[in-house]
Design a protein around this ligand. Sequence first.
Ligand code: 5GP
Length: 186
Amino acid sequence: MPGTKLFVISGPSGVGKDTIINHLKSRGRDWYFVTTATTRSIRDGEKDGKDYLFLTHDQFQAMLDRDQFIENAEVYGNRYGVPISQIDIAKYTNRHAILKIDVQGALTIKSKFNDALLIFVQPENIDQLIARLTTRNSENKSELEARISKASYEMDQSEHFDYIVTNNDNEILGSVEMIDKIISSH
Ligand code: 5GP
């Protein structure tokens, strides 16, 4: 259907994707923010169907067996996937679909949908990222180490993205504005 484009917002864990997305949502644009599915456990404050579609392993596997994901991956030991039905909602309502997924997922989307637009959110430098991950305190030690070791590989993938936005500390609204402009210009 004309009018619908896929925009993927990605970048290393801890870079501020969730905060940026929440700001974008509050701007009231007529875009469809895709809810992806996961097998990870629900965290305090999260809502099923809003933050994620929280599935059991069997439910996830059943969707996979029926080819109901446009992309799926294992991220930090949990499974995640973008349901086709979510993209269909964007198409039927003629809105852009905004996805927040990890870097490998972003590259998979680009390989399947050449006209998808990939936005890479990067920190000013790796130390800033490590500091953010450490202070947010939402991961245990081994999870934290996994995120840090994956981050430098992910930063190297930024060249494959259509846009790179540097999310400086204290300037989050600048990043929100840039991403808003990128999407609005399409
Ligand atoms: P968290 O569990 O912390 O919410 O997310 C972990 C990572 O998985 C984040 O980078 C998030 O963007 C990514 N993610 C969420 N949904 C999907 C998905 O459907 N596919 C992929 N590849 N990554 C996802």
